[in-house]
Design a protein around this ligand. Structure first.
Ligand code: TUI
Length: 306
């Protein structure tokens, strides 16, 4: 399937893997790229040296294009931005902020820049600043989220900008893919489904929680601090929400969240870890390879779009 995004990025299928902190490391990114989508390394809160290693390992596993996601709240974001240029990464996505200060250096290096945005205003600002495309991410997504739903955000962003739009949030099968195309998107970005991929290094306990999740099993923490994070309900969310209600400072809570994400992904602590996942987790029912997922989604979407 050819779209503006497959042309822009030189990939076979218009499916991009979300740049999930801790989860989106080189095994997953390389597998998605090898399967014809765009794999992404999620820098999350990691140091720049770790991101460089991840890029080098991905290059060893695939010759196809892949990207790096810069989580802009990372204290080493400036260094990571440089590493991306030095390593010749072809595509950058950004999250949790405005990547304005890095655009000139990335564009000068010929990098395709695709910020993840959650509002029409930021999409327009990014287009004016010269980005190549945007990911319009709805509140159904896992992790750090905006307020608008995918159904309402995607068509409004499509109407507001002339650059290609990638839809994200609540998409995990061919129906969601086809719906995104109907809203005017040129590709989709998926996170939650790829968390349970065979190639995903996420702890089995975390995968089991997503596979067992029902439609209303996620909770949004951090709303009062303006940094809402969607994750599967557990002891962690109950404790966090209790602290939040009691007025705990943002820094304390933020530290809790990022540290607890590692605990869930690496140690498999599903009780006190942060199990970031989107609302579509309720529909993700089987572990498959990235290639199987992408083939299945494309076959279903193509049948529907005919
Ligand atoms: O970034 C994401 N998802 C994430 S980042 C992350 S790591 C983290 N953990 C705890 C707290 C915070 C981060 C986990 N999941 N998605 C992309 C995204 N970006 N969604 C919403 C936004 C966004 C929000 C506000 C983008 C820009 C923005 O403001 C722009 C401005 O003007 O500052």
């Amino acid at each position: 399937m050819k779209t503006k995004i497959t042309e822009l990025l030189g990939i076979e299928y218009p499916i991009i893997q979300g740049g999930m902190a801790w989860v989106a490391e080189y095994h997953l990114a390389a597998a998605v790229s090898e399967a014809g989508g765009l794999g992404i390394i999620g820098a999350g809160g990691a140091p720049a040296s770790f991101v460089r290693e991840q890029i080098q390992k991905t290059k060893e596993m695939t010759d196809k294009p892949f990207g790096v996601n810069v989580m802009l709240m990372n204290p080493e974001a400036d260094e990571i931005a440089k590493v991306i240029v030095e390593e010749g990464v072809q595509v950058v996505t950004t999250g949790a902020g405005n990547p304005g200060k890095y655009l000139a250096s990335w564009k000068e290096a010929g990098i395709k820049v695709i910020p993840v945005i959650a509002s029409v205003a930021l999409a327009k600002m990014m287009e004016r600043a010269g980005v190549d495309a945007v990911v319009a991410e709805g509140t159904e997504s896992g992790g750090h989220i905006g307020a608008a739903t995918t159904m309402t955000l995607v068509p409004q962003v499509v109407d507001a900008v002339n650059i290609p739009v990638i839809a994200a949030g609540g998409i995990a099968d061919g129906r969601g893919f086809a719906a995104a195309m109907m809203l005017g998107a040129d590709a989709v970005q998926m996170g939650t489904r790829f968390v349970v991929a065979t190639e995903s290094i996420v702890h089995e306990n975390y995968k089991k929680k997503i596979l067992a999740a029902k439609d209303i099993d996620s909770e949004v923490t951090g709303m009062t601090h303006g940094h809402p994070v969607r994750q599967i309900r557990n002891n962690m969310t109950r404790e966090y929400l209790k602290l939040e209600k009691a007025g705990a400072p943002f820094e304390e809570l933020e530290h809790l969240t990022l540290g607890a994400l590692r605990k869930a992904v690496v140690e498999g602590d599903t009780v006190n870890g942060t199990l970031m996942a989107g609302q579509i987790a309720g529909m993700v029912k089987k572990e498959q390879s990235c290639a199987e997922m992408i083939q299945e989604i494309m076959a279903q979407a193509e049948a529907l779009l005919k």
